[in-house]
Structures are given as C-alpha cells and as structure tokens.
Design a protein around this ligand. Structure first.
Ligand code: AMP
Ligand code: GLY
Length: 419
C-alpha cells in the first residue's frame, strides 16, 4: 500500500514508526517536518485540503492517514473522497463530533450515551446568556468553548466567582468566534480514561484503554496542556470493560451518525470520566490522542494498515487487532515556558538506543549544523515498554535524563495511578 501520512507531531511519529513496520507497506510519504520520521519515509509538504489531495493523487496514494483534527474539520476527507482516495479520518460533517462540543452533546443525547448535564449558551441571545449566568451562580461547572480551541477552551470552575470569571475569559479577545457558543456542563469527579475505537461507518472496534496526564504538574496541579504523558492499558478499563463501553458509547454514536447520513470512519476517541455514577463521556475527538498514541503504537503487533485502510473504505477486518501483553508508558519532555510559550533552539542529546525504550520526536528540528534542537512545546515522548506498567514506567524514567535539554520540563508521576 502507498501511504500518505498528514501531521508532524509525536502522535504522527509513532504512527509512522508502526506503519514503517507493516509488511503491506509499499511507500510512506509524510506531509510535515519531523526529524524523527523513519528512514524509508519521503518528505513532501502539503497543508491545505487541496494540497493534501493533490499530493495524494500525484503519489498514487492507496490511503491517506490524517493525524490531527484540523484538516479533518476543514474537509480533507471530503476532498479526498471526491478524488476517489480513501482517508483514515472522518469527513467534515462527522468531524463535528470534535469541532463542535454542542453538536457532540446533541449526538450523545440522541444516542443515549451517558454524559454530564449541560446548558447551551448562545452569546448573541440575551435569554440564553441569562440562563448561563444563572448556571454560573451555582458553581461546580465546566465552561467549554463550542469550537476548536487547541485544548485551551475548557475552564473548570468550582465556585460561582470562578465561573463568572471563566465566562469573561472565554468572551474576551483570545477565543473569537469559537466561544460564541458555550457548553456549561456539570462538574464531574473521578479518574479520566481515554478509550479509542476504530470505526468503519457501521462498526466500532475497541482498542486498549489509556490514561493521559493533562496538567503540567504532578497530581493535577498547574495549567492544562496537550498531555504530559500517557500509558496503556489503563487498569480501570480492562479489555472486557473496554469492549463493553465501546458497545455502549462508540457503537451507538456510529449508529446515529450512519442514520443521519454522515457515517463516521476513522478513530473515535472518547474521553471518559469514571464517576461514582458510572462512566460518563467528557468529550469526543476524531483522531488518536497525543500522547496516548505513542504507547498504543508501541504495543500494537498486528499489521496496522489493513485496519486503517479497512476503516477508511467501510470494511474493517473481522475480529480485533492484536497487542502485546505488556504495558507502555510515555513521558513527555516539554520546553521551558510550555504551555504558555515555548523556548526554541536548545540542543537535544541523542543517546544510543536503549532496550525497552522508544523515543518519538515531536517539537524538534535539525539545524544546519546537524544538531537536533527543540522547536515547540512538547518535544519528546520517551516511551518505556515492559511486561507490566511498573517495568514500562521504570524504563521510561531511566531513559529520561539521557535526553534532557536546557529547561526541559516533565512530570514525575506518569503511570503512578496504575501502580
Ligand atoms: P474536554 O476538552 O472536554 O475533554 O475537557 C478538557 C479537560 O477538562 C478534561 O480532560 C477534564 O479534565 C476536564 N473536564 C471536562 N469536562 C469536565 C466535566 N464535566 N467535569 C470535570 N472535568 C471536566
Ligand atoms: N491527549 C489528549 C488529546 O489528544 O486530546
């Protein structure tokens, strides 16, 4: 199979690494700069949906795999479909599950998927704004910008004061039209689990659960980030519970989307909170999580391409993909200043490969002098493998100091909840 992979972060580095080992791969073209691409990959640049589709046609791609959400929300899969090329990732109408939080709420209600009670607020409608302010008065609310906000449009508020300040923040200059509509959701309590399913428009197939660590600092302190580390599988959702949750969440969403004539093909990511009242969905994403993808790809043992291609063409293979028995744990090394800003240009040591460790490059570039340097917020995903989470975690943390660059930040508690 001739593959075009879109994106350039740590998630895509892990996808490319796994794809490079596929026995059915003919060629791999990558549309984005990452010094960590496998040697066999060919770099070409393409950003807009048209550029992506043109490149796919030019190289005769059998499948385009889109890593991030933005090109999907912009219609990359639609443009590829019009050129007859299968895309792993939904068309824009189905990508709205991530691109609009109010749309996700509507689908969850229709599908009977458990989620937090919510009030929808339209900034242009005074009655609805009054409802929203009344909800803020009660505190214990999570305020979410309706549109894509790079993971930054969610404010968790315990008190009424925090909630009113949150409204002002989202309606300030920073968020623009993405916050014209808001979802005000009851604040739930419990550990979070990421649960992914491969979907082909009619069927949803569960992948092993994982757990992200969203805050910058240990123990849930500090600002939210894209994710400072993740491990898989997560003991809170073992394989059996995972399959049953995928039936009661992902499969129901797939059914509703099919009935609406906007089938979901690609990766459906449910962010779950395991509350005292049972698992509830906090959000959907329409792509692999970053960094959850890094440990997941590290454990994936089947040929991945028939699965991604099958999802794209509406015919997933029978059964389930296979994963190794053990665990994987990815610890992110981030630049100084992240997540507010990111220091760039720091030299990154490149130690020899270590057993039980895969390192996926993210915000990096190779300068003209040949030195690998930092070039973004999340820089490296140091991923340890092992027979259990204890060994996987220990391998990741043993490798970490060998990769330290100036100002590097990391969390010391990735995977602790599973021990
Ligand atoms: P989201 O982008 O909707 O997943 O929200 C980002 C983060 O905000 C989640 O990972 C949770 O940590 C937190 N969050 C979102 N919704 C809720 C909720 N209803 N209750 C508690 N925390 C939430
Ligand atoms: N790791 C969270 C996300 O990818 O949205």
């Amino acid at each position: 199979m001739r593959i075009l992979l879109v994106g350039h972060g740590g998630r895509e580095a892990a996808l490319a690494w796994r794809i490079a080992q596929s026995p059915t791969l003919t060629s791999l073209t990558v549309a984005g700069v990452n010094p960590g691409w496998p040697q066999l990959a060919t770099l070409r640049l393409a950003q807009t949906t048209n550029e992506i589709a043109d490149l796919a046609v030019e190289i005769g791609a059998d499948l385009v795999i889109v890593g991030p959400e933005a090109p999907l929300a912009a219609g990359a899969a639609d443009e590829l479909a019009s050129r007859g090329i299968p895309c792993f990732g939904p068309k824009a109408a189905a990508a709205r599950l991530e691109a609009s939080k109010s749309f996700a709420k509507e689908i969850m209600a229709e599908a009977g998927v458990p989620t937090a009670a919510a009030v929808l607020v339209d900034r242009m409608d005074p009655a609805s704004v009054a409802d929203g302010r009344a909800r803020c008065d009660r505190g214990m609310v999570v305020i979410k910008a309706d549109g894509l906000a790079a993971g930054k449009g969610v404010i968790v508020c315990h008190t009424a004061e925090q909630a009113h300040a949150g409204l002002e923040e989202l309606w300030g200059d920073r968020f623009g039209a993405s916050a014209d509509r808001l979802v005000l959701e009851d604040l739930l309590i419990g550990p979070e689990v990421s649960l992914f399913a491969l979907c082909d428009g009619t069927r949803a197939v569960a992948l092993p659960s994982s757990q992200d660590h969203k805050t910058l600092l240990e123990g849930g302190e500090g600002p939210n980030t894209g994710g400072m580390g993740a491990y898989t599988p997560c003991p809170l959702v073992d394989a059996e519970l995972g399959r049953s949750l995928v039936q009661s969440v992902h499969q129901k969403v797939v059914d509703v989307m099919a009935a609406r004539g906007t089938p979901f093909r690609g990766l459906l990511y449910a962010g779950l909170m395991m509350t005292a009242d049972g698992p509830k969905v906090l959000e959907f994403n329409v792509r692999f999580g970053d960094p959850e993808c890094q440990p997941l790809m590290s454990l994936w043992t089947s040929d991945i391409l028939p699965w991604l291609h099958g999802a794209a063409i509406g015919e997933l293979p029978k059964g389930q993909p296979e994963f190794s028995e053990g665990s994987a744990c990815c610890v992110v090394l981030a630049s100084a200043g992240y997540p507010l800003s990111s220091d760039k240009g720091r030299a990154i040591p490149e130690p020899d490969a270590m057993p039980g460790v895969e390192v996926f490059l993210a915000g990096t570039q190779r300068s003209e002098d040949g030195v690998l340097r930092t070039n973004g917020g999340r820089v490296l995903g140091i991923t340890g493998l092992g027979g259990d989470i204890g060994v996987a975690r220990a391998n990741a943390y043993a490798a970490l100091p060998h990769w330290f660059f100036e100002g590097a930040q990391h969390r010391k508690d990735i995977g602790n909840q599973a021990l």
